[in-house]
Design a protein around this ligand. Structure first.
Ligand code: B12
Ligand code: SF4
Length: 499
């Protein structure tokens, strides 16, 4: 069959990174392994209009991915597909439809919603459609949803509405038992030269040579703010050998110049990371710098482990700090304390690693004082990069439920569920939008505009190589909207002002 996978257009309001979609890369790989022809249309980087692409390629089945701020664009994309190729089955998956599957399944342009981890379910769906097409070449999405045909009854992990209007939610699909059985992500299906590197505001690397890798899936923790609901809760990992094999493939076959580990919690099993480090050193792959893009657990980041990983090429490590206030820390269920975090940063710095700290401004229960503690803690830890997110309650998180019960959601449209644009997403008790937005801007200003910090930044070569991009990001983040407008007026309105 001819299969098409789509990442709907979604440009973030700041100049941030655009990297190949790893979920689609995995789905592409299992599609090809099944023997199908597969193409990926990433609307963020394509020039050709989708309608032209569809007329030319004429896929037999289309899969679309969506996180929350992308989901409406995913539906619009599906509507366009139904206009151009009316009978083609359209399947949607990803973080947002996984949590609110009925919302997407209700829509006439969506035929099937896949919930959670996608590879096994996707292949089962392709099998069903392929078998049906072999007996009836004119088989359409309508035939797939015929209530008499029962074609989808045995596929677990999906939500769909049959033509009689009845909603079907099949039981969850069991997690893939052995991640080593998965093929490597199909990067050859992407126009790699069109993507940025992993952390473009910080590093100067040719984007075409930046790759991501996933060494484990899931996370045993359940922090109240985190959309951790896509992958099953049970943490599963690939063997060190299997990861090192893919690593070698990225370095030797694709010429990777940097690798980003995207795991939610990569260091749950410390022995596995030691083994991986040994493999990378033994295979002489440690000259390629790599980064933990997401936070690793601070309680499992000993100096010994970090030193070993550094020897294996690790350049930068991230920790989810979230808050500087002990009571808020308890309330978000992060299961970590501030001394452990202090120690992890100290360990990382002592072995010579660059550090990233993730902080959240505006958690439920936050006040002016607690947010102040978060800013002060960020300054005390002094990571190379401090990322302050304004709390955005994504569906499926505990914070979303708390805000719906006790607060007032300010964001009404899924399109607006991005957290880079400096607008508060909800109000609750004393936590007003004005307060959160002020503290968020203050956090960036006070962290990045300290004299010692400024000097250190100016001394980094990559800062100057990235200067145009970095200054645009800083301008949009640090200055209040009013100041930006005034500056823009003075500069002849040539400066972009975020809405
Ligand atoms: C890397 C990453 C990014 C990168 C790159 C995104 C990209 N191009 O892939 C960057 C930094 C750009 C990014 C940005 C954002 N991200 Co992000 N990101 C991630 C991260 C850490 C890893 C994604 C990943 O590769 N996962 C591994 C792959 C294998 O899983 P997957 O993509 O989910 O795909 C699987 C299933 O979902 C399913 N599936 C997915 N699509 C489809 C489609 C079909 C047809 C089928 C059948 C199945 C299917 O099958 C796949 C294979 O199992 C996740 C956390 C996580 N653990 O997933 C957050 C995560 C996806 N991001 C999140 C968010 C909120 C964002 C932002 C909105 C944040 C913001 N700035 O406001 C933006 C949105 C940007 C955008 N363009 O859409 C949330 C999403 C929550 C939600 N409800 O939407 C997550 C889950 C983080 C979290 N725990 O809260 N992100
Ligand atoms: S924030 Fe990190 S530790 Fe907490 S649930 Fe999400 S991935 Fe797990």
């Amino acid at each position: 069959m001819r299969v098409l996978l789509i990442n709907p257009k979604f440009r973030l309001p700041i100049d941030t990174r655009t990297t190949p979609h790893l979920g689609l890369a995995y789905l592409g790989a299992v599609t090809e392994r099944r023997g199908d022809i597969c193409k990926i249309y990433d609307a963020d980087v394509e020039d050709e209009p989708l309608a032209d692409f569809l007329r030319e390629y004429r896929p037999d089945v289309v899969g679309i991915t969506a996180n929350t701020p992308q989901v409406k664009q995913a539906w619009r994309t599906a509507q366009l597909i139904k206009q151009v190729l009316p009978g083609v089955p359209i399947i949607i998956g990803g973080p947002h439809p996984s949590v609110l599957s009925e919302e997407s399944a209700m829509r006439p342009e969506i035929d099937i919603v896949v919930r959670g981890e996608g590879e096994a379910v996707w292949v089962e769906l392709l099998d069903v459609i392929d078998r049906a097409k072999q007996t009836d070449p004119d088989f359409t999405a309508e035939d797939l949803l015929d209530p008499e045909a029962h074609l989808l009854d045995t596929v677990f992990g999906i939500t769909y509405r049959t033509n009689d209007g009845k909603m079907h939610i099949t039981p969850d699909h069991p997690p893939i038992p052995n991640l080593d059985d998965l093929p490597w992500p199909a990067y050859h299906l992407f126009k790699m030269e069109r993507y940025t590197n992993l952390q473009p505001a910080t590093d100067h690397v040719d984007g075409a040579r930046s790759f991501s890798i996933l060494t484990s899936r899931g996370c045993p923790y359940r922090c109240t703010f985190c959309s951790q609901s896509i992958m099953p809760q049970k943490w599963r990992c690939r063997s060190a050998k299997n990861v090192a094999d893919e690593w070698e493939h990225l370095v030797r076959d694709y010429g990777a110049q940097e690798i980003g580990v995207l795991d939610d919690s990569a260091n749950i099993r410390v022995d596995r990371l030691h083994e991986l480090a040994d493999e990378l050193i033994r295979r002489k792959l440690n000259h390629v710098p790599w980064i933990f893009v997401n936070g690793i657990r601070a309680n499992l980041a000993s100096k010994e482990l970090l030193a070993h990983l550094k020897e294996a090429g690790l350049k930068r490590v991230a920790f989810g700090v979230e808050t500087g206030d002990p009571d808020i820390m308890l309330s978000i269920d992060k299961r970590i304390d501030h001394d452990t975090i202090r120690q992890a940063f100290q360990n990382a710095k002592e072995v010579g690693l660059e550090t990233i700290g993730f902080f959240i401004i505006g958690l439920p229960g936050d006040t002016e004082e607690t947010m102040e503690r978060t800013i002060q803690f960020a300054i005390e830890l002094d990571p190379m990069i401090a990322n302050f997110s304004m709390m955005t309650p994504y569906p499926g998180t505990k914070v979303y439920e708390i805000v719906k019960r006790k607060g007032r959601m300010l964001v009404k449209d899924w399109d607006d569920y991005v957290f880079f644009d400096g607008k508060a997403r909800y109000e609750m008790g004393e936590l007003t939008a004005e307060l959160v937005e002020r503290k968020w801007r203050e956090a960036y200003r006070r962290f990045y505009l300290r004299p010692r910090r400024v000097v250190r930044t100016l001394l980094r070569k990559d800062f100057w190589l990235n200067f145009p991009r970095t200054s645009r990001v800083a301008f949009r983040t640090i200055f209040p909207r009013k100041v930006k407008k005034e500056l823009a007026r003075e500069l002849g309105t040539s400066v972009a002002v975020s809405q």
